[in-house]
Structure formats: C-alpha cells, structure tokens
Design a protein around this ligand. Structure first.
Ligand code: NDP
Length: 318
C-alpha cells in the first residue's frame, strides 16, 4: 500500500495541471494515468485553441509537454488504472483517507483525491454498431481515418467534434457524409463554415441512422429522413466507414453512489470550486464539466483542484 498526500486520477490537461500545481506545493502527488495516457485530446488531430501555441500543436506533443512539466517538480506517474474506490475511509490514526485499488493490484491511500478521469465517447446504441465495431465503426477519426483513404465514410453528430472529424476525414477520403439529426449544426460558427464550404462533405440534416449493412464489414447505412414525421423517408448510403461523434459520457462509474453526480454522471462540485460532496475529494476537467469540455478549461480546473487540495491539507494538519 502506498500513502500519498495527493492522489490524482487521470492524465489529461486537468490531471497534469493538478499534478504540476500539487508538486510545486510540495504535496508529492502520485498520478494514475488511466486507460488513455494523455486523455481524450490524444484522439484529436491538432490543437489550435490552447493558448501558448500560436501555430497549433500536435496533441501528443502538448500532452508530453504537460506531463514533463508535472514530472519536473516531482510528480510520480503511474501507468495503471483505478478499478475500485473507497472514499472517506477512516485510517489507523482516525483521520479520513481515500483508497484507490488499481488494475495491477496496487492500493493507494490518499489524504486528498483529485478526480480528473475525463469522459468517454458515446455510441448510438443500435445493435449493428457492436457487430461492426472495428469492422467499419469507430469513435475516433484521427485513430482510424487512415484506413479509409480514398473511401466514402459517414460521421454522425452535429457538434464541434463531428465537424472536426468530418473535416479531418475529408482530407483523406473521397467523400464524407455528415449525419445530423436536427435541421441545424450545433458546432461553433467557424467549424460550421468549414464543413459547409468543403466540397467533399455532404451534410444530411434531419437524418437518423437505423442500421449498418454489409457482409462482415460496413458497406452501407440505412437512414431515415425526418424520423416520426409524415414525410418520413428511408435513405440508403454506401459507405466504408461509420464514425460516431455524438458526445461523451463522464468516466465516473467508479464513484457511483459515493459522490454526488448529476443524472448523466458528471460529478457535482460546490459552486465555482472543484470541491465535491466528499471532504478532501476534488473533481477537475470533463468528468465534472458537461458544458465547456475544453482543454484550457480542464487545465484551469486542475489548477483549482490542486490549490483546494493544498488548502484542505492545511486544515487537517492543524
Ligand atoms: P456535443 O454534445 O457538443 O454535440 C453532440 C452532437 O451529437 C450534437 O449535434 C447532438 O445532436 C448529436 N447527438 C447526440 N446524440 C445523438 C444521437 N443519439 N443521434 C444523433 N446525433 C446525436 O459534443 P461534441 O463532442 O461535439 O463537443 C463537446 C464539447 O467539446 C463542446 O463544448 C465542443 O464545443 C467542444 N469541442 C471543441 C472543439 C474545438 O474547439 N476545436 C473540438 C471538439 C469539441 P443535437 O444537437 O441534436 O443534440
């Protein structure tokens, strides 16, 4: 069992920034990286909107910079995944601690815990998605787009992610359908403009996917135009790849029933602070942010979580 003053779960901008601040405050943090070192940003193409990189930056580079900066001040990085938690347990000397048990069978006991576990890509929930997972279905254009060079693909979603992925795929593919369930895009103006002016992208507004078709791999999709309305119409498209970009689910299952969350599982924090319903436990980044979900916001909340952890430790030390 390892005891630490500050345990951080997650290695996205929130986790690394929390680690940087906690390490500089001499809390000697331990950071458990989780299943996707570098976090969700690692599955995007280029980061253009993180301050300090005027020419944009490769996600790998940015996350490596953040990681090295946190390590420089003494953060211990652990390549492992938290699989079980006990929050607010009573330690031998009577004070409250939080315990995390990992995939590799390790146990960590922490005076403060910063949860920065992020969020995971959502799927539509149609049976053929499972059937064709890895055989034409993907939730990451940057990871899998390469396999569809010169082919025709579809992206589902109308937000910034969908537009970004459609743009990325249009650089590689012959044609990209963007399947949008509403009559408009939700994405930011600049992303909408990029999509609408790209000749390789055809936006199918008010379409929903019913099923994917193909022998052993995706070769098409059955869609419906204006689902549930009088002028409903079935539409078939021939595609080789089907990319989901319909949002995310917070990675907070580990703490279910132990910590207050909203109906979708996002951890509730106190007002503008990263304080959760459990004393000594703080939440940062996308696992507590259903609204902004930006790297820079996540980094800022990681900073706040570390500062709060430091304050909290002072109160229990006195
Ligand atoms: P969003 O939640 O913003 O968008 C999800 C999209 O998926 C919406 O258009 C939604 O439709 C659609 N959707 C959800 N469920 C279904 C379904 N079952 N069937 C069909 N469509 C569905 O998620 P994003 O991942 O796009 O973005 C998350 C956050 O990250 C946002 O704040 C965004 O601005 C940000 N972001 C910023 C980027 C950048 O600035 N470079 C890049 C990527 C993301 P509907 O509109 O009908 O609800």
């Amino acid at each position: 069992m390892t005891h630490t003053r500050c345990l951080i779960l997650g290695s996205g901008p929130a986790g690394y920034t929390a680690a940087l601040y906690a390490a500089r405050a001499n809390l000697m943090p331990v950071l458990i990286e989780g299943p996707q070192p570098g976090g969700q940003l690692m599955i995007t193409t280029e980061v253009e909107n993180f301050p300090g990189y005027p020419d944009g930056v490769e996600p790998f580079q940015m996350m490596d910079d953040m990681r090295r900066q946190a390590e420089r001040f003494g953060t211990v990085m652990v390549a492992d995944e938290a699989v079980r938690a006990e929050l607010g347990a009573t330690a031998g000397d009577g004070h409250k601690v939080h315990r995390i048990f990992t995939d590799k069978g390790e146990e960590y006991e922490a005076d403060t815990l910063i949860i920065a576990t992020g969020a995971a890509a959502r799927f539509l929930g149609i049976p053929s998605e499972e059937e064709y997972r890895g055989k034409g279905v993907s939730a990451c254009a940057t990871c899998d787009g390469f396999f569809y060079r010169g082919k025709t693909v579809a992206v589902v979603g109308g937000g910034d992610t969908a537009c970004e992925e459609a743009g990325y795929l249009a650089n590689l593919c012959k044609k990209v359908y963007l399947i949008v369930r509403k009559p408009y895009l939700r994405a930011s103006e600049i992303m909408q403009q990029r999509v609408m002016s790209n000749p390789k992208i055809e936006v199918l507004f008010e379409h929903n996917t019913l099923r994917l078709t193909g022998e052993g791999k995706v070769t098409g999709a059955d869609l419906v135009f204006r689902k549930g309305e009088a002028d409903e119409k079935d539409v078939h498209i021939d595609i080789d790849g089907f990319f989901l970009a319909i949002g995310h689910t917070p990675r907070t299952e580990l703490f279910k029933g132990m910590i207050e969350t909203d109906a979708e599982g996002y951890i509730k924090t106190e007002g503008d602070s990263p304080r959760t319903s459990v004393a000594g436990v703080f939440a940062a980044g996308d696992c507590a942010d259903p609204h902004y979900r930006q790297a820079v916001v996540a980094a800022g909340s990681g900073c706040k979580a570390a500062l709060e952890a430091e304050r909290y430790l002072k109160t229990i030390d006195n």
